[in-house]
Write a protein that binds this ligand. Structure first.
Ligand SMILES: Cc1ncc(COP(=O)(O)O)c(C=O)c1O
Length: 417
């Protein structure tokens, strides 16, 4: 959660007062949000769902992905990107990321096998994937592109909104995301038939509630409908998002300008695929080694990308264990249709990613950071880098106190999931 205030309280109170808590035929908030957010993204359809995890699965189900199919996922993403593939009955195949912390297009090209049907491009930590390269490879090799824009809400790639560039986009509005309703998610597509299937996946009774005959054949979906509270709060959050992203981009660019001038320090900002359009929720610093990254974070407490505890494939227990479903007969890892899919994982299978992740530091920005706080962050980055690279001793370094309020913001951002 970045910014939340009286406007959200008022919006929720209005829903309670109206007693219109159900979205179909009673309330109007969800429908209003779906229309507004689709226009914001520049897509024809947007459908709210209960979570980003289910939005991803609904996107895959809608495109007919399932048993017999491999879906490429990056080695660094929240576990749901991979488990959502399993929930659709398909098999996730793990692919290296590069220094941008997003899927490496060269590794993606090499990873495509005879059973591969799709790739999930995850816009991790608010930065954009290299969408031009990913789309070129996907079109050339006949893959579907599913954008996981759960961490990329409000951001873009070369002027187009994240989640609107591939064949389908999935979003999260959980507590840690750029726009939040506490929980929530949704799917964006330009394709009418796919949108019908997405709606059926989210709510098998969608056609009944809306009174619209769906184009697609109905099927048993899971049930991930949201209440009017979700729509109401997101309508307010949508009014805030552009201002928040602009403030974070100003902060990120200011810090990057200052770091560029400190080129004698021996570390570098990670490459960005679309600095003008992305969310800028973090500054990424690439250190020369895991040891220097650890020393940096000892001086200036921040998170190392490889040490968040759950964003790297080595922490995806269910995937590594082959526990693809609750019921053994529904486990994609043991389905005969998946026999020819690649299902072997090992902890060191993406060693290149692990090396990059263990030396990349994530420094969060915040829309409410003051100029003074940003100056302190810049000071701390330079000082911590000097300590980490042995130019100043830990005891000589004078770090600036970020203050209690800032610490609270940091704690919350560290949890970004
Ligand atoms: C990259 C990514 N994908 C998927 C998800 C799943 O979203 P949710 O937590 O709303 O299910 C998250 C969020 O936690 C995420 O960060």
């Amino acid at each position: 959660m970045y910014v939340i205030g009286q406007e959200e309280i008022d919006a929720l109170a209005r829903v309670v007062q109206s007693r219109a808590l159900f979205r179909y035929g009673i309330g109007r908030e969800c429908e209003r949000f779906e229309t507004r957010y689709a226009a914001y993204l520049g897509t024809k359809h947007f459908s709210l769902a209960a979570s980003g995890s289910y939005a991803l699965t609904a996107a895959m189900i809608a495109h007919g992905l399932g048993p017999g199919d491999e879906v490429l996922v990056p080695a660094h993403t929240y576990m749901a990107s991979a488990t959502s593939v399993l929930a659709a009955g398909a098999i996730p195949v793990i692919v290296d990321v590069n220094e941008s912390l997003t899927i490496d297009p060269a590794a993606l090209d090499l990873a495509i096998g005879p059973k591969t049907r799709a790739v999930i491009a995850v816009h991790m930590w608010g930065t954009a994937c290299d969408m031009d390269s990913i789309m070129e490879i996907a079109r050339r090799r006949g893959l579907l592109v599913i954008e996981d824009a759960c961490q990329g809400v409000g951001g873009g790639y070369k002027g187009r909104k994240l989640g609107s560039i591939g064949d389908i986009g999935a979003f999260s509005f959980n507590f840690y995301k750029n726009m939040t309703a506490g929980e929530g998610g949704g799917v964006a597509t330009n394709n009418d038939a796919i949108a019908s299937r997405v709606n059926c996946a989210i709510d098998p009774c969608h056609a009944f509630w809306t009174g619209r005959a769906d184009d697609a054949m109905p099927f048993a979906g899971y049930g991930a409908r949201v209440s009017e509270f979700t729509g109401a709060i997101l309508n307010v959050q949508l009014d805030r998002i552009d201002g928040m992203i602009a403030a974070m981009r100003r902060e990120r660019d200011w810090i990057l300008r200052e770091i560029k001038n400190a080129d004698n320090l021996g570390f570098k900002p990670a490459p960005l695929n679309s600095a003008d359009s992305d969310c800028a929720t973090h500054v990424f610093l690439t250190m020369p080694s895991a040891e220097t990254a650890t020393a940096f974070t000892k001086a200036f407490p921040n998170v190392i990308a490889g040490k968040t505890g759950r964003h790297t494939y080595t922490e995806w227990d269910q995937v590594l264990m082959g526990a693809g479903a609750a019921h053994p007969l529904m486990n994609p890892y043991s389905m005969p249709a998946n026999e020819k899919c690649r299902r072997a994982y090992s902890r060191d299978m993406c060693a290149k990613s692990l090396d990059i992740l263990n030396r990349t530091i994530l420094i969060p920005t915040h829309p409410e950071h003051t100029e003074n706080e940003i100056e302190n962050i810049i000071h701390n980055i330079k000082t911590a880098a000097a300590v980490a690279l042995g130019q100043v001793s830990y005891h000589e370094a004078s770090m600036r106190d970020m203050g209690l309020l800032d610490k609270v913001k940091y704690d919350m951002k560290e949890e970004v999931g």
